[in-house]
Write a protein that binds this ligand. Structure first.
Ligand code: SF4
Length: 323
C-alpha cells in the first residue's frame, strides 16, 4: 500500500524534549524528531539504551511536557489540549510499560488494577458489567477470571506483562505505546507476548509505537522501523527495506551485530564495529551526533546536523552521505 492510501493517526512534527540537569546544563533527550504513524500499523523505534526512544514515547503521550514542536492525533494538537480534551486523548492513547514488576501496584488485586482506568473514564459503571468486562479482558490476554482476585506478586513476569496489557486495553484504546514490553522477560516468554500483541492488533485494529532495543523482535512485529541515535531519528523505512537494505552507517553497524540462527552464516558474518567515543547529549551543539564513531565523518558532519530526508520511496535518512 502506498503512503497516499494510508490514514495518518499520529503526526509528530519537530518534537523536542529537553531536561535541565542541575550544574550540568541541558540534556537534549529528543531533539527535533518528526514522523507519522498510520492507522493500524506498528512503527518500531530502536536504538541503544539512552538514545531517547522511551522519552520520545512518553512525550508523544504527554507524560512528559513537550519542549518544542507538535504532536497531532487525528489532526488535533494534543500538546495544547484543555482538561476535557485531555481525557479524550488519554482514553484513546495508552501505554504498556517496560517493567511488569514495577508498573503494577503490589497492594491492588489484578481486578482493581484493570478497573482503575474504567473508573477514571466512567466506563462500565454497573458493577456486574464491569466485573464481566474484567473477566473478558483477562481471557483476551490469555489469563482467566480466577486471576482477578489475586495480587501481582503471585504471577510470573510474562503473566504480569499480560496484566499490564489488559490494563491498557481496559479503556478501549486505539493507539498504544509499547515501551520495551518484552525486555524484562525471559527469552522463552518474549515471543509469546509479542504474538499476543500481534493478535490483539489484528482483532482490535490497534496502532502501536513499539519501542525496543532488540532489533530481531522489532523486525517481527513492525511495519516500519525508525532508528534513533542520541535524540535523533537517523533512518526510517519499512521493516523489510530497513533490514534488507540498511543505509545509515549506524543502522548498518547495529544490524550487523544481530545473531543469525544459522551456525555457518553466523561464523562467517562480518560485524561492523561501533568504535570511537560516544558523545554526550548534554549541551551538544550542531553536527551529526554519530560523527565521533563514523568512519565517513567529514568537517561538514561535525558542524552541520543532517536532516531526515526521503532518499527513496518511504526510506528516510539523516546523513550527509545522502544529501
Ligand atoms: Fe557519518 Fe557524516 Fe553520515 Fe553522520 S552525517 S553518519 S558522520 S557520514
Amino acid at each position: 500500500m502506498s503512503k497516499e492510501n494510508k490514514e495518518v493517526l499520529l503526526h509528530v512534527d519537530h518534537m523536542k524534549k529537553y531536561f535541565s540537569i542541575r550544574n550540568k546544563g541541558i540534556l537534549k533527550a529528543v531533539d527535533d524528531v518528526s514522523f507519522d504513524i498510520y492507522k493500524g500499523e506498528t512503527l518500531g523505534l530502536v536504538g541503544e539504551s539512552g538514545c531517547g526512544k522511551t522519552t520520545c514515547g512518553r512525550t508523544v503521550l504527554g507524560l512528559y511536557p513537550i519542549t518544542e514542536g507538535t504532536v497531532e492525533y487525528e489532526g488535533k494538537d494534543v500538546t495544547k489540549l484543555q482538561k476535557n480534551d485531555e481525557k479524550w486523548f488519554k482514553k484513546r492513547a495508552q501505554m504498556i510499560f517496560q517493567d511488569p514488576y514495577a508498573s503494577l501496584n503490589p497492594r491492588m488485586t489484578v481486578g482493581d488494577i484493570i478497573a482503575e482506568g474504567m473508573e477514571n473514564f466512567g466506563l462500565y459503571k454497573d458493577p456486574e458489567e464491569r466485573k464481566a468486562r474484567i473477566h473478558e479482558l483477562l481471557q483476551i490476554v490469555g489469563l482467566n477470571k480466577e486471576h482477578a482476585s489475586r495480587f501481582p506478586h503471585e504471577f510470573s513476569g510474562g503473566q504480569r506483562q499480560r496484566i499490564g496489557i489488559a490494563r491498557a486495553l481496559a479503556v478501549d484504546p486505539e493507539f498504544i505505546v509499547c515501551d520495551e514490553p518484552i525486555s524484562a522477560l525471559d527469552v522463552s516468554i518474549q515471543a509469546q507476548v509479542v504474538n499476543l500483541l500481534v493478535k490483539l492488533q489484528r482483532e482490535l485494529g490497534l496502532t502501536y509505537l513499539f519501542i525496543a532495543h532488540d532489533l530481531s523482535m522489532v523486525k517481527h512485529i513492525s511495519d516500519r522501523v525508525g532508528v534513533m541515535y542520541m535524540g535523533h531519528i537517523v533512518e526510517l523505512a519499512s521493516s523489510k527495506e530497513l533490514y534488507a537494505n540498511p543505509q545509515h552507517p549506524y543502522t548498518k553497524a547495529l544490524l550487523s551485530a544481530i545473531p543469525i540462527p544459522n551456525p555457518e552464516k553466523e561464523k562467517n558474518k562480518v560485524v561492523l564495529p561501533l568504535e570511537g567515543e560516544v558523545g554526550s547529549p548534554i549541551n551538544c551543539g550542531p553536527g551529526c551526533r554519530f560523527a565521533s564513531r563514523c568512519k565517513h565523518a567529514t568537517e561538514k558532519c561535525k558542524n552541520e546536523t543532517p536532516e531526515l530526508k526521503e532518499v527513496s520511496e518511504g526510506h528516510y535518512m539523516a546523513c550527509h552521505l545522502f544529501s
